[in-house]
Design a protein. Structure first.
Ligand code: F6P
Length: 352
């Protein structure tokens, strides 16, 4: 019989005031840790699973892979990971542990079931690899139960506060650049303007940096306030007066709308323009991780297990100036990752 209350030291109701512990005073005896991936996959997640597994085994811990994100945790879909189970995955995209966006874990009942599954399997602590949705889930869990979580940021959006880097961003950036370089060939040949939509949810960093890397004439991102003006300036001065083709990169979260909507409006207002649209979509999330992603994932995977051994909990492992930092989940999910204004300036100097 599981004694859930024992692990539920803050009572089984969500406290009004956030009181999450980041460093436990009483030394914890770790024997078995769980690891899982959650939310949108990103290249390098497998490298992180490998690093977590091997660091844990090196420290005498047993490792349980939780299959299918929080959903798998609720269902008790567990499989032990050995040193060899994570061999040959460093260079692969996707995630061997599968992933999901669990609706059930958003509910109190779902989190209770997840806790019961973890206790039944005797998992003492958990490493979650994912984005802010995954950390929001971990934070809610930590306010109700005392099983420690440590997070590793994995998302192509690079939108998490407290870390300069999230696993998968560099791979996605290179994928976008390769794709747009190809589109540019045909844009130049036909004298067309291409409106290319890049992922990133509400964040524009992937669009901004890929736009700079391909020399896009215009980059539209949610963080900038004068998108409309910049765009109109390009159409009237840049394209009509001197350009014979053009690349407009649009972050999917831009307030002017997606690529289709913006292109449709531009076409209506400028019937003389030859416009095409390309939505890069989920190809941005696939493929082999770059060296940068493999290294970041390895660094963060080792740091996550070391943090658990050091009694840390409810924190995300971040990177600042290439060095590991610990960021409380409460900060990582509440604040936004600000965009470097200098990048916007660089774009305006070089490509407008
Ligand atoms: O957060 C990663 C991301 O790829 C975003 O850039 C995008 O908006 C979203 O996930 C797409 O999610 P899904 O794969 O669930 O459609």
């Amino acid at each position: 019989m599981l004694n859930l209350q024992q692990y539920n030291s803050k009572g089984n109701t969500m406290p009004q005031k956030h009181a999450t512990v980041h460093h436990s005073e009483k030394p914890r005896k770790l024997k078995k840790i769980g690891v899982f991936t959650s939310g949108g996959d990103s290249p390098g997640m497998n490298a992180a699973i490998r690093a977590v597994t091997r660091t844990a085994i090196t420290n005498g811990l047993q490792v349980i892979g939780i299959v299918g994100g929080y959903e798998g945790m609720i269902q008790g879909d567990f499989r032990e990971l050995s040193w060899l189970d994570v061999s040959g995955i460093l260079q692969t995209g996707g995630t061997i542990l599968k992933t999901a966006r669990s609706q059930e874990f958003r509910t109190k009942e779902g989190r209770k079931k997840a806790c019961e599954s973890l206790l039944k399997e005797e998992i003492d602590a958990v490493v979650v690899i994912g984005g802010d949705g995954s950390f929001t889930g971990a934070l809610a869990f930590s306010e109700e139960y005392d099983i420690p979580f440590v997070g590793i940021p994995g998302t192509i959006d690079n939108d998490i506060f407290g870390t300069e880097y999230t696993i998968g961003y560099d791979s996605a950036l290179n994928t976008v650049v390769q794709a747009v370089d190809k589109i540019k060939d045909t844009a130049v040949s036909h004298g067309r303007i291409f409106f290319i939509e890049v992922m990133g949810r509400e964040a524009g960093l992937l669009a901004l940096n890929s736009g700079i890397a391909v020399g896009a004439e215009v980059i539209l991102i949610p963080e900038s306030t004068n998108d409309q003006k910049v765009f109109e300036h390009f159409i009237s001065k840049g394209y009509k007066r001197k350009k014979t083709s053009g690349i407009v990169i649009i972050a999917e979260g831009d307030e002017m709308g997606g690529a289709l909507k913006i292109a449709e409006k531009a076409e209506k207002e400028n019937p003389d323009l030859d416009i095409r649209v390309s939505i890069l979509g989920h190809m941005q999330r696939g493929g082999s991780p770059t060296a940068k992603d493999r290294i970041a994932a390895s660094k963060m995977g080792v740091a996550a297990v070391e943090a658990l051994i050091d009694n840390r909990q409810n924190i995300m492992i971040g990177l600042k100036h290439e060095q590991v930092v610990h960021v409380p989940f409460s900060e990582a999910v509440k604040l936004n990752h600000a965009i470097d204004e200098n990048l916007i300036k660089i774009q305006h100097i070089l490509n407008s």
